[in-house]
Design a protein around this ligand. Structure first.
Ligand code: FES
Length: 146
């Protein structure tokens, strides 16, 4: 019997883990929203603040999932913590890769959360919220050169 819910762990910048159950078919962006997990990270650093000031007319852009999963932002950036799970995902489309290139703290296992959809083989996946990479070592974390 196939599972209809999978276990997903989000790891925040302090290394705090949050385990949630996600229905098959739901994106990690939606799942994060439903569980009050902020993909963007709570504290803005100077870099984000600088951009934010430049975009005061459109503050909403900086809340996670600003584009609601239509591949027009990169605020839903997550890092798949285990290569095994990363390899189970469908390859990113060109559109996703273009958006990822704009993401802060890009890694070799970075994906957009709105493009990762829960499926039975992803049960147990662990996703780091990008700010995490600055404060602690993520297994398999490989900074991607631009
Ligand atoms: Fe905008 Fe994922 S929510 S690209």
């Amino acid at each position: 019997k196939q599972k209809d819910m999978i276990n997903v762990t989000f790891v925040d910048k302090d290394g705090e883990e949050k385990n949630i159950k996600v229905p098959v078919g739901m994106s990690m962006l939606e799942a994060a929203h439903e569980n009050d997990i902020e993909l963007e990270g709570k504290d803005f650093d100077a870099f984000h603040f600088y951009i934010m000031v430049g975009k005061l007319n459109n503050l909403l852009y900086f809340t996670s999932g600003a584009c609601e999963g239509s591949l027009a932002c990169s605020t839903c950036h997550v890092i798949v913590m285990d290569m095994d799970y990363y390899n189970k995902l469908e390859d990113p489309t060109d559109e996703e890769n273009d958006m990822l290139d704009l993401a802060f703290g890009l890694t070799e296992t970075s994906r957009l959360g709105c493009q990762i959809v829960a499926s039975p083989e992803l049960d147990g996946i662990r996703l780091a919220i990008p700010a995490a990479t600055r404060n602690f070592a993520v297994d398999g974390y490989v900074p991607k050169p631009h």
